[in-house]
Design a protein around this ligand. Structure first.
Ligand SMILES: NC(=O)c1ccc[n+]([C@@H]2O[C@H](COP(=O)([O-])OP(=O)(O)OC[C@H]3O[C@@H](n4cnc5c(N)ncnc54)[C@H](O)[C@@H]3O)[C@@H](O)[C@H]2O)c1
Length: 437
């Protein structure tokens, strides 16, 4: 039997062993989905603390219940930092971070490091699938040479795939199983293996002609969002000058049953994807002599949002006869979006910094983020969450709704805060003490 047929058979009869590299927001839900479908999974991560936590049946991510991890461990799931165990698995799925470096260029160091740690242990008949978001050409230009260096031929003895991750943490309507999965292979046989792997756990597979296509699909999707958010943020500034409520405008426009997709403004972009991924394409497009003007423009507008909100806070305080310096400001929500615990690239943190630079005393409340203490991401910032209760609200000069978690008591906030800057359109009536930000 050929390596390809053997792999197809093992995924069809669930005897395949799956290796997930990078046990974070993407890798963990994927792990749980394979386990749900009766596969044995070995998880690889360089973070030894996370590995130990998982092996004890605990969850490092709020929206993934510890009970699911505990059940996975009972089902034979193990997490490890021993990359030599890569030889035990049939497929290695790479879900490691792809950030930007300080020059806002792609930083593929995690992808390269993770693949370098597994290639010495590769054997014929295995598949590797990259899920980390990156520019078109990454799988071919970065992964393929590393595999060929070890004497393997893609599509013959090792199968190389790119399948972008489309996880939406906190989304109650779609799960790993129900989000269609785009799959591209280096060769037609790689694609066939990719379809078998993901077809075993996901309802709808969307095969595309190459790994480069699959890579660009993911970027298009993120760029589409970044640009539309940039557009609506610019519309917010215009509407504000005109004394029109942008949230009312978007909601009314969205009643059109076709041709309009609602995007809502906010205090800026956050998370690992939207503020970062578009610039992977910008960087690559430069190699082709193409300038990505839409991406740059949206980036410029979105990045300026925290400063615009800062100005709105200053104006609101001014109207109340208070200077920014010395004022007490409560930021509600530091996660980058509602109902999750992820603070990566969060515009709330930028707002905290801007307020502190101007002499405000800033506190925050967020039921999902007990502390902000991430020296790698936010050097010099160390804060603990406060409870958003009547007492706290009463002591503040201004309350800023930066992330509108459903868990906040908005009635209490409306009744007790002396001044509210609402960046999320949570309150419909904006008058007097409540202003848009
Ligand atoms: N979070 C999302 O909602 C989301 C959605 C779509 C796509 N993505 C993409 O998926 C990829 C992973 O993102 P994430 O949010 O899961 O990241 P994450 O930071 O939550 O998890 C990544 C994990 O990889 C581990 N890691 C880092 N380097 C490693 C290495 N060399 N070997 C093994 N493990 C290593 C880290 O310790 C961490 O546990 C990124 O490319 C991201 O753009 C994320």
């Amino acid at each position: 039997m050929s390596p390809k047929e053997s792999l197809l058979g093992r995924f069809a009869n669930r005897s395949a062993v799956v290796g997930i590299i990078g046990l974070g927001y993407v890798g963990l839900p994927l792990t749980l989905r394979f386990i749900e479908q009766q596969f044995r999974v070995i998880g690889f991560d360089i973070d030894t603390e996370r590995v130990s936590l998982l092996n004890h049946g605990e969850s490092p991510i709020r929206h993934i219940p510890a009970a699911s991890i505990e059940a996975a461990v009972k089902h034979g799931f193990v997490a490890t930092s021993e990359f030599s165990r890569a030889k035990e698995v049939d497929v290695l799925i790479v879900c490691v971070p792809t950030p930007l470096n300080k020059h806002r260029e792609p930083d593929l160091s995690h992808v390269r490091a993770s693949v370098r740690s597994i290639v010495p242990h590769l054997r014929a008949g295995q598949a590797i699938s990259l899920e980390s978001t990156s520019y078109p050409g990454t799988t071919e230009e970065e992964l393929l040479p590393l595999i060929e260096e070890h004497g393997f031929k893609a599509g013959r003895d090792v199968f190389l795939i790119f399948s972008p991750e489309c996880e939406d943490p906190g989304n109650e309507h779609y799960s790993t199983r129900t989000i269609p999965k785009v799959v591209g292979g280096i060769t037609p046989d790689c694609l066939a293996v990719g379809k078998a792997i993901y077809g075993a756990i996901i309802d709808v597979i969307v095969p595309v002609g190459s790994t480069r296509t699959a890579e660009l699909v993911k970027l298009l999707e993120n760029i589409h969002r970044a640009i539309n958010i940039g557009l609506v943020n610019e519309m917010k500034i215009i509407a504000d000058r005109m004394g029109i409520d942008i949230f009312e405008v978007v909601k009314a426009a969205a009643t059109k049953p076709f041709g309009f997709v609602p995007y809502y403004p906010g205090p800026g972009l956050g998370g690992h994807c939207i503020p970062i991924d578009p610039f992977y394409l910008t960087w690559k497009a430069h190699q082709y002599g193409v300038h990505t003007r839409f991406i740059e423009l949206a980036g410029e507008i979105n990045r300026a949002m925290p400063l615009w909100v800062m100005q709105r806070i200053a104006d609101a305080l001014n109207m109340a006869g208070k200077p920014v310096k010395g004022s007490r400001v409560l930021i509600l929500g530091v996660a980058y979006k509602k109902n999750i615990d992820d603070i990566r690239e969060s515009p709330s943190i930028e707002l905290i910094r801007l307020l502190q630079e101007r002499g405000s005393t800033v506190i925050y409340a967020d039921p999902y983020v007990p502390a902000v203490n991430a020296p790698d991401q936010y050097p010099g910032l160390s804060m603990r969450a406060r409870v958003c209760d009547a007492k706290t609200l009463a002591t503040q000069d201004c309350v800023v709704i930066a992330t509108d978690h459903d868990a906040f008591d908005y009635e209490l906030i409306r009744n007790r805060a002396s001044l509210i800057v609402d960046t999320r359109g949570r309150y419909e009536l904006v008058a007097g003490r409540i202003v848009r930000g």
